[in-house]
Ligand binder design. Structure first.
Ligand code: F7E
Length: 326
């Protein structure tokens, strides 16, 4: 009998790559979105796997809807990838962010307590919880959230840990550092940079790339590798939390330079820094220490920033040439 996985927030970048990975492992996949009749599931479509899963409508803030889907699907493994995922947007929509992430996670945990069918839970945590990391952060580094998103992720992390200890649930968080792919929406900086650079290289010479703070440093990884880490977290015998990172940090300016180099342009001639795009509070430097995942899960990121920039540019060039008439 194949294992059953329930992916909450299946329509996003991570949901699509995780679906692909678990299908290849023989899982039966159920995925949720707020309204599965309305959502186009473009990411699943672009990977050619939309028809291979069953979808359900589920709002994490509505306890009854979570309970109904969990009771119906009876999953062996649940992956919580739902909730508002943009740090920038969380400054404008703090309540929606907090409710979808913190209350949403609490609703899943409460349902797990009540259900007779035992299921393992993976919760998508975030490196945002650490705030600035002068030294690479590991699983015992204290949290210092610097955005409403980070505060909500910290609340969900500690709720998962508490329910694991109090009720003996197999529930874990992966503390995920930034992870990118061609499925990232434009709202995130890597996709914004790559698609603008490709448009400029393809002839839109007058277009300018407007960015906020480009001196920040991030530990950028490759999303398809991070969903493999999520799966490994749940296969580990004991429920534990893991930092998922590359261990390397690069500045946004270096990322921009790498992308423009890949399309044959000098970035400094095409980029404007706009202080209106700066966040009210920012993480200047973010880097993780993935030693625990390497040792206990046998997981290691193989792609770091330069490989990621090049891969994103190749994918965008291919996408654009596929939609342009010959
Ligand atoms: C780990 C964490 O990773 C992601 O959150 P994020 O790091 O905020 O991602 P981002 O791509 O929005 O920003 C990256 C950096 O780039 C700076 N930046 C400059 N100029 C622009 C700009 O124009 N747009 C954006 N979006 N950012 C800009 C911005 O200020 C920030 O310092 C999510 O997956 C999140 O879910 C998550 O958990």
């Amino acid at each position: 009998m194949s294992k059953v996985a329930l992916i909450l927030g299946v329509g996003g970048q991570d949901g699509a790559y995780l679906t692909k990975l678990l299908l290849a492992k023989g899982y039966e996949i159920h995925g949720t979105s707020r309204d599965d009749q309305v959502r186009a599931f473009d990411s699943l479509q672009s990977l050619g796997i939309r028809d291979q899963i069953r979808t359900h409508s589920l709002s994490l803030n509505d306890f009854r809807s979570v309970f109904r889907v969990l009771r119906k699907v009876r999953p062996d493994e649940i992956y919580n990838l739902a909730g508002q995922s943009s740090v920038g947007l969380s400054f404008d929509q703090p309540v929606e962010t907090f409710e979808s992430i913190a209350v949403g996670t609490l609703n899943i945990l409460e349902c797990l307590k009540m259900l007779e069918h035992p299921a393992k839970l993976f919760n998508a945590g975030s490196s945002e919880c650490f705030g600035n990391t002068p030294e690479p952060a590991n699983e015992s580094t204290p949290f210092h959230p610097r955005s409403p998103y980070a505060a909500a992720k910290a609340a969900s992390f500690w709720t998962v840990a508490n329910y694991r200890e109090a009720y003996n649930l197999h529930a874990c968080s992966g503390i995920l550092f930034n992870h990118e792919s061609p499925l990232r929406p434009q709202r995130f900086v890597t996709r914004k940079i790559v698609s603008t650079a490709v448009r400029i290289a393809n002839g839109q010479q007058r277009e300018r790339l407007r960015l906020g703070n480009i001196s920040i440093h991030r530990d950028w990884g490759w999303a398809p590798e991070y969903v493999d880490a999520m799966w490994r977290v749940l296969q580990h015998e004991t429920p534990e939390d893991f930092v998922i990172a590359t261990g390397h940090s690069a500045s946004l300016k270096e990322f921009v330079a790498e992308v423009f180099r890949a399309v044959g342009l000098d970035w400094s001639k095409h980029v404007d820094v706009d202080s209106g795009l700066f966040r009210p509070s920012e993480i200047d430097r973010s880097v993780g220490n993935p030693d625990k995942a390497r040792t206990l899960l046998n997981w290691k990121a193989s792609m770091t920033m330069p490989d990621i920039a090049t891969a994103l540019v190749s994918s965008e060039l291919a996408r654009v040439s596929a939609v342009q008439p010959a």
